[in-house]
Design a protein around this ligand. Structure first.
Ligand code: ADP
Ligand code: MG
Length: 694
């Protein structure tokens, strides 16, 4: 008989899986036997070892046994079956809330019972609440020798541990009998383990297994599977990349007539890192396949200049460039920047946001369509249906964090003209931990700006409880009046509602204006009109205001070198990357700058750790790694990258040491074992929408 494919073996064909159970299993992502096999135990219990009752301590999950002394139904607050067993060393009380008459009747004094459960401290001795149990004729030899470990599976409401274990056992039997196809060529298997052996070991570990290794995910069998999963995830992104690049793009020569003039008008010279990254980009742009490149750089490393130099490469050849940023305020800033840089070169820049309405909108759309606008800056609005580009050769996305793979791809579709697709340059706001970049962005080449422009002084960061608000306000006054500097005051709220955030900022601005009568206080938040916001930002930059109270909208892009102090209220509510980004609003000139994190006590442990990291480091790359350690990949990447977070077995923090070899092997497989690629992706990533389109 040919071996059945376990992926086609429906879970409902197993014993005990009716429609209800099937529904619950589906919630766990299990609809066939193979999926059951990839649903690994959370932990293991050493059930075979029987503990004598005298040695039971609270919180142990253990087996005990004894002679039944009595079993009674009690009627207190709740009806309960209470049974007591005694093994000669002590008495154990067992409590059941849901029980049948048959259950009670079976608990005959004089018979023996074995039970398994979590020990609690009762009024008169150890207890267990609804333990698993069986009634037996004789007591077993009390053994300390463990025979096998019992797996405990992650489960869901309505699906009991015993049921899922019974289902898993059947799946394991089928695996023993029929095997499972190993798509990973032999020479690539970590620890030389076959998939079958790894799965068997994890579902029913032998008695001599290293339990510590298992519990920490370091067992070779776990590592074998984690490796394969990361490999499949990487392959799916590389395939995506291959597909993306199997189309044409315009090839742009690296030297362009606009660049010398542009550089001549800049008040500074590009740093070495900026020049290096620009030349990496230019090499890509020269190819006739679309560039897919990620530029990472710390806050203030000068990514905008890199974007501008890349843009000119396309504009000089008569093509359009689009730059998209996640918020209106940031995209407006970019537009202003590019206008001031490009107008003198005879290059027309335009801005398109959700707020561009009426005649202005019609005109802007027209200019984009007929090619008059060469540098087009905006928000998501750039990719609405009504926007038609004339000849878009390069798309630049600022703040990659907030856009997912899908959005990136749909952008590209939008920019297609003739049979050419635009090149793509993605810039992150703050560094992404290396490990995440190697997985979440495996489809992108990476350039790193690892140098800040000269003359920056590091920012000093301190955490201050909000009980010392008065002192902080004094400090603001001092910075403005005695040192002639400017100050940001950032308001945050847990509530995501923009309306509430803006309200909080308004209140704070009023209050500060009252407390600091000699200072000019301005307010900017997301609900103000674009023009109004721009005016205030421009006036602040020009020094007309001392203090700018803002919501987190100023997180990105705002650039006022004379600002030397930033106060961030309730920093415990923000992620590390966001705080680092906010802090980067100061320290842009050569003056010593300070960041005050005005927190509300008491701080949770995690919050303390986070603020500590910020205090101790100014390096965005270091902070990103810590953020990953503290919050985990899901939080760091944001909800848009869910495909990654759903890793079943691999853990990006624990398994990061594998990533370099995973990546190397992924390339190798694509080249030499392409037949293995699709089955691997399907097995691990199959049902995840993020990758389904690959
Ligand atoms: P980010 O990487 O955070 O987007 P920006 O592009 O906003 O950084 O640049 C931060 C500041 O540094 C801006 O004021 C910019 O004009 C300035 N800057 C950029 N490159 C240089 C350079 N090579 N030398 C001096 N200042 C620079
Ligand atoms: Mg920027």
């Amino acid at each position: 008989m040919p071996s059945p494919n376990l992926a086609q073996y429906a879970i409902t064909d197993l014993k005990g899986v009716g429609p209800k159970a099937a529904e619950r299993l589906a919630k766990l992502g299990i609809s066939n036997v193979q999926e059951m096999l990839f649903h690994l135990p959370l932990r293991y219990e050493d059930r075979a070892k029987t503990y004598s009752i005298a040695t039971l301590m609270p919180h142990m999950h253990v087996s005990a046994q004894g002679e039944i002394e009595q079993a009674n139904i009690t009627f207190g607050k709740r009806k309960m079956l209470v049974c007591q067993i005694n093994d000669g060393t002590g008495r154990l009380t067992l409590r059941f809330f849901n029980f049948s008459a048959a259950q009670k009747n079976a608990m005959q004094p004089g018979k023996f019972m074995r039970c398994f459960g979590e020990v609690r401290r009762g009024r008169v001795g150890p207890e267990m609440a609804h333990p698993e149990y069986s009634i037996v004729d004789t007591m077993e030899e009390s053994s300390s020798e463990s025979e096998s470990l019992t797996p405990v599976y992650p489960t869901t409401e309505g699906l009991k541990q015993l049921s899922i274990r019974a289902i898993a056992e059947q799946a394991v039997e089928l695996l023993r009998k029929y095997d499972i196809e190993d798509h990973l060529p032999k020479q690539y298997r970590p620890n030389q383990l076959s998939l079958k052996d790894a799965l068997l070991l994890l579902h029913s570990p032998p008695q001599n297994v290293n339990l510590t290794q298992l519990e920490t995910g370091q067992h070779p069998a776990q590592q074998r599977l984690a490796f394969e999963e990361l490999l499949a995830q990487n392959l799916s992104l590389l395939k995506l990349r291959q597909k993306s690049q199997a189309v044409n793009a315009v090839s742009l020569p690296p030297t362009n007539s606009l660049e010398p003039e542009f550089l001549a008008q800049l008040p500074f010279k590009p740093t070495n890192a900026q020049s290096r990254v620009v030349s990496e980009i230019k090499q890509d742009l020269q190819k006739s396949e679309p560039m897919l490149r990620l530029v990472q750089g710390d806050v203030g490393s000068g990514k905008t200049l890199v974007a501008a130099l890349s843009a000119l490469t396309a504009i000089a050849k008569g093509y359009q460039v689009a730059l998209m940023a996640p918020t209106e305020i940031l995209s407006e800033q970019h537009a202003l920047n590019f206008k001031s840089w490009f107008t003198q070169l005879g290059v027309e820049t335009c801005w398109l946001g959700g707020k561009t309405k009426g005649k202005e909108r019609t005109q802007t759309l027209e200019k984009i369509a007929n090619g008059q606008a060469q540098m087009i800056v905006g928000t998501h609005a750039l990719f609405q249906e009504q926007v038609v580009f004339s000849n878009l050769a390069l798309i630049i996305i600022d703040e990659q964090h907030r856009f997912g793979v899908h959005q990136r791809l749909s952008l590209r579709e939008k920019g297609k003209f003739g049979d050419c697709y635009p090149h793509q340059l993605v810039m992150t706001a703050t560094p992404i931990p290396r490990t995440l970049a190697m997985t979440a962005y495996a489809d992108l080449e990476t350039s790193i700006i690892d140098e800040l422009p000269p003359g920056r002084t590091p920012i000093t960061t301190v955490a201050v409880p909000d009980t010392r608000r008065e002192q902080v306000i004094k400090r603001v006054e001092n910075a403005c009046l005695e040192q002639q500097r400017q100050v940001y005051w950032v308001c945050t709220l847990i509530d995501e509602s923009e309306a509430l955030q803006c309200q909080a900022a308004e209140d704070t601005a009023q209050q500060l204006a009252k407390q600091l009568p000699d200072l000019k206080v301005a307010l900017v938040h997301g609900r103000m009109k674009a023009q109004e916001k721009q005016q205030i930002m421009a006036d602040f930059k020009a020094g007309l205001y001392h203090v700018l109270v803002a919501t987190t909208v100023i997180e990105v892009g705002v650039d006022v070198p004379n600002a030397s102090l930033i106060i961030i209220e309730n920093p415990e509510r923000l992620g590390l990357a966001q705080l680092h980004q906010l802090r980067g609003r100061v320290g842009r000139g050569d003056i010593a700058s300070h960041c005050l994190l005005l927190y509300h006590a008491p701080l949770s442990n995690t919050a303390q750790k986070r603020l500590g990291v910020l205090r101790d480091s100014n390096d965005g790359f270091v902070i990103a790694e810590k953020d990953l350690e503290i919050r985990g990949p899901g939080e760091v990447l944001g909800t848009k990258q869910t495909g990654l977070v759903d890793l079943k077995i691999a853990d990006l923090t624990r398994d990061k040491h594998m990533l370099p070899s995973v990546r190397g092997l992924a390339f190798d497989l694509l080249k030499h074992h392409s037949a293995s690629v699709d089955p691997l992706i399907l097995r691990w990533m199959g049902n995840r929408s993020e990758f389904a389109m690959a």
